[in-house]
Design a binder for this molecule. Structure first.
Ligand SMILES: [Ca+2]
Length: 108
C-alpha cells in the first residue's frame, strides 16, 4: 500500500499504510530488544574451571580462538577478542567450523 492515489481508496490505503508502518516499527523495536538483551550478549566473557569462554556462542579460548594467554588449538585461526565485538560475521564463520567439526566427530 501507498503509492498511486485513486479517487476512491486513497484515504483508506494511507491509513492502512500508517497502521502497517506502526506495526512494523513496533516489531523491529521488539526484535532489537530481544537481540540486545542478555540472551544476545556479544561481549560475553567468562572464565570457568580454567577455560575462558568468549562471545555470543561461548567459544572456548583453549580450542577455537587465541587469546595470547593460553595454549590453544585455535581452530578458527582468530583472535578471541574478535568474538567480543558487535560484528558477528566472524563469530558465525567460526560457529560453522564448530558445527562442521562436531558433525565430523559424530560420524566416527
Ligand atoms: Ca566478531
Amino acid at each position: 500500500y501507498g503509492g498511486i492515489a485513486t479517487d476512491t481508496g486513497f484515504g483508506t490505503a494511507r491509513q492502512r499504510s500508517k497502521i502497517y508502518s506502526a506495526f512494523l516499527i513496533t516489531f523491529l523495536l521488539g526484535l532489537c530488544l530481544v537481540l540486545f538483551s542478555s540472551s544476545f550478549d556479544t561481549a560475553h566473557y567468562e572464565y570457568t574451571n580454567g577455560n575462558p569462554y568468549y562471545g555470543l556462542f561461548h567459544f572456548s579460548g583453549l580450542k577455537w580462538c587465541d587469546n595470547g594467554r593460553h595454549p590453544t588449538q585455535n581452530i578458527c585461526k582468530i583472535d578471541c577478542d574478535e568474538f567480543l565485538d558487535d560484528d558477528i560475521t566472524d563469530d558465525i564463520e567460526c560457529a560453522k567450523i564448530v558445527s562442521r567439526s562436531k558433525a565430523g566427530m559424530l560420524s566416527w
